[in-house]
Design a protein around this ligand. Structure first.
Ligand SMILES: Nc1ncnc2c1ncn2[C@@H]1O[C@H](COP(=O)(O)OP(=O)(O)O)[C@@H](O)[C@H]1O
Ligand SMILES: [Mg+2]
Length: 449
């Protein structure tokens, strides 16, 4: 945004310039929401937060040399000494941040892919970024920046010249995806799947599907909707004026064969053989979703290797002494990703299968017991011989597990202690639970033993 005048930045954000003009009359080099990292060239957007109001740090950001601040008017009133930086006043800084991002997205004129879904958004984003890179100068949301704050920052972080934006959109409740879609104006909308994640917020799978449907509703005429084949819950949202691409078994983009020699994929009429370095069923689904999105943008993927580096704690494999393998998949968990992880444990474990499963949170009081009981049955079906449950909800999985030994721990530390005396050479140990259970401490404790 360096080429923009302060007036243009203000107009884009729906704000007014109430002080300063910038050193050279140009725009900011970077947009930030954390005053502690402020420095020259930065536009600090002062968001009201739960613990504190960013507006209270506006002066601090300017003192650190920031290009300017965008804040609620009341925070700028006492700060009008000349030369301190550009002061942009608005009524609602969060809305202003979103508007500014939308204007930057328009200025870039980049192709935008928006990815949502109950599980696998980040993984699909990571794969798609690799697929698009040879064709376009591509920027993807960093880490997990997928909220009404993270998404605008992801867009604003894209440098001039960016040709493709791969963005992750989170769903925290009805209406949120619509808001996010309005900010990023996607050309391609990907719904990876519809499953019981954040069930407590929305109450039913149909409502969850409707929330994902907001992304499809937010697509402009002629845009592409990428959806799982055979997902009836999304059908009501598909429109005549969209290019609809279905992926997965029965769709136009699907894996035909995955073996030692590579992954053979059907891409409409074409067949390509890829070597993505992973074979887990759920990642192959994410691969199909990403391939379908790439195809929607006209990118022709050729045979060959695909070097994807996934974000942390998502199925990392750690080798411990005594030929114990830990599958560290503790970034998060919901019924869909738990099942995928148990399938992967069953597919890859050479010796005894051990599962350390933590609470699945946010399922709502009405359904949580059922989903945890199903989890115990799935663990048994996956051939788990030692089940360690962590947390009071996960304990229900133990009640329905009849596959072998079950032990329970109140927390991650307790689970690590139980495992220390029970693990045997050759074991493969899956560790997975919701973020709140922080099961990475299990892997850390085992690795450090
Ligand atoms: N298509 C999928 N189906 C089921 N589980 C998946 C899928 N893709 C990824 N996962 C699992 O979900 C976890 C979270 O993946 P991630 O890509 O971070 O999803 P999100 O961004 O939607 O939270 C991963 O650790 C993996 O276990
Ligand atoms: Mg994510």
């Amino acid at each position: 945004m360096k080429g923009w005048t302060p007036q243009r930045v203000a107009a884009s954000a729906g704000a007014a310039v109430v002080g300063g003009a910038g050193e050279d009359g140009g725009g900011p080099a970077r947009v930030i929401v954390d005053s502690r990292v402020a420095g020259p060239g930065d536009l600090f957007v002062a968001l009201p937060g739960e613990r504190t109001d960013g507006g209270l740090f506006a002066a601090q950001a300017l003192a650190a040399g920031a290009w300017g601040v965008l804040a609620a008017s009341e925070h700028l009133e006492r700060m009008r000494e000349p030369g301190a930086g550009v002061l942009l006043a608005c009524a609602d800084p969060l809305a202003a941040l979103g508007r500014l991002a939308r204007e930057w997205r328009r200025e870039l004129g980049a192709r935008v892919v928006a990815i949502t879904g109950s599980t696998g958004k980040t993984s699909t984003k990571d794969i798609l970024a690799v697929l698009l890179a040879p064709a376009f100068s591509t920027v993807a949301s960093p880490l997990n920046h997928n909220t009404e704050i993270g998404l605008p920052l992801a867009i604003l972080g894209a440098p001039a010249g960016t040709q493709a934006l791969v963005l992750e959109l989170a769903m925290r409740g009805a209406g949120q995806i619509a808001e996010l879609a309005a900010i990023c104006e996607p050309d391609v909308g990907v719904v990876v799947n519809v499953g019981p994640a954040h069930l407590e917020l929305l109450g039913s799978l149909e409502s969850i599907a409707a929330a994902k449907g907001e992304l499809i509703a937010g697509l402009h005429s002629g845009a592409s909707a990428v959806v799982p084949a055979g997902e009836p819950l999304l059908e009501p949202f598909l429109r005549e004026d969209l290019e609809v691409v279905r992926f997965g078994e029965g769709g136009e983009v699907a894996v035909l064969e995955a073996g030692e020699g590579g992954v053979l994929v059907m891409l409409g009429e074409r067949r390509v053989t890829l070597e993505p370095g992973f074979r887990s069923a759920h990642l192959l689904i994410d691969l199909c979703a990403a391939l379908a999105a790439a195809r929607a943008l006209g990118v022709v993927v050729e045979d060959g290797a695909l070097a994807v580096e996934f974000s942390g704690l998502r199925g990392e494999r750690l080798s411990l002494p005594g030929e114990v393998v830990v599958i560290n998949d503790c970034y998060n968990a919901n019924p869909m990703s738990m099942r995928a992880a148990l399938d992967e444990l069953a597919r890859t474990a050479a010796g005894r299968r051990v599962a350390v499963l933590g609470d699945m949170l946010e399922l709502g009081a009405r359904e949580e017991r059922r989903y945890h009981r199903e989890l115990g049955e799935q663990a048994q079906a996956a051939g788990v011989e030692l089940l360690v449950t962590v947390g009071e909800r996960a304990a229900w999985a133990g009640d329905s597990f009849g596959g072998g030994e079950h032990v329970h721990a109140p927390d991650a530390q307790g689970a690590a202690a139980l495992l220390r005396v029970r693990l045997a050479p050759g074991d493969t140990v899956l560790v997975k639970g919701s973020r709140g259970v922080a099961l990475e401490r299990v892997a850390q404790a085992l690795a450090g033993r």
